[in-house]
Write a protein that binds this ligand. Structure first.
Ligand code: HEC
Ligand code: HEC
Length: 159
């Protein structure tokens, strides 16, 4: 009986996640810059990715073609947090290369003098203290230390 339940659970998760993945399109999203006048290439992925001469200065950057951010951030801190939050890293830095507002959205390829800066509610800025904490290790040790968090595997087993 337990095995059947587990099988149903796995099937359910597979369906759930496959539909989520299929739904993740850049085309038509807020990140579709293919028809913006400043993107004279008309291409959709090129604002962030390139197949040649990519920027390898940011860890885990996937064929990165956007000018990376060199901003100094105020990291998230709180008296009640158990995670160690330092400077943003890896993919968080890639997102911030537009969303911190210091690098122009049209600074891709070798362009570094773009004029399209993010404004409004999508502008996170360099002060991350009023945002959700990012770039910290979420593991069993943190879950145990916090007491209110669950390790992902532990959470699945609880279901
Ligand atoms: C607005 C910027 C942006 C655009 C536009 C964009 N991507 Fe990405 N892409 C990213 C970022 C950031 C990541 C890294 C995400 C992470 O590490 O969690 C990524 C990751 C990827 C990865 C995973 C690479 C790996 O090694 O895991 C693939 C594949 C990819 N993008 C393909 C595409 C394709 C194809 C397009 C065009 C249809 C596209 N992307 C458009 C920002 C973008
Ligand atoms: C090339 C620049 C660029 C990069 C890199 C980038 N974004 Fe964006 N993002 C934008 C712009 C421009 C908008 C639209 C802003 C607006 O409409 O005011 C946006 C909008 C968003 C929105 C709001 C979407 C909506 O429908 O309103 C979210 C959420 C977001 N980005 C998350 C991310 C995340 C997460 C990453 C990294 C994986 C990322 N962005 C990387 C430029 C970028």
């Amino acid at each position: 009986m337990k095995k059947v339940f587990l099988l149903i659970l796995i099937t359910l998760f597979t369906f759930l996640f496959s539909s989520l993945l299929i739904g993740q399109n850049i085309s038509g999203s807020a990140h579709d810059f293919s028809s913006d006048s400043w993107n004279t290439t008309g291409q959709i992925c090129i604002v962030c990715h390139t197949t040649h001469n990519s920027d390898v200065t940011v860890a885990n950057a996937p064929l990165w073609n956007h000018q990376s951010t060199a901003a100094t951030f105020t990291p998230y801190s709180s008296a009640s947090i158990h995670a160690s939050t330092g400077d943003p890293d890896a993919s968080s830095k890639l997102c911030l290369s537009c969303h911190d507002g210091t690098v122009a959205v049209d600074n891709f390829g070798s362009q570094t003098t773009g004029t399209q800066f993010i404004t409004g509610s999508s502008l996170i800025g360099t002060d991350l203290n009023d945002d959700h904490p990012v770039s910290f290790t979420y593991d069993q040790a943190l879950a145990t230390n916090d007491g209110g968090l669950f390790d992902r595997l532990e959470y699945c087993l609880l279901l």
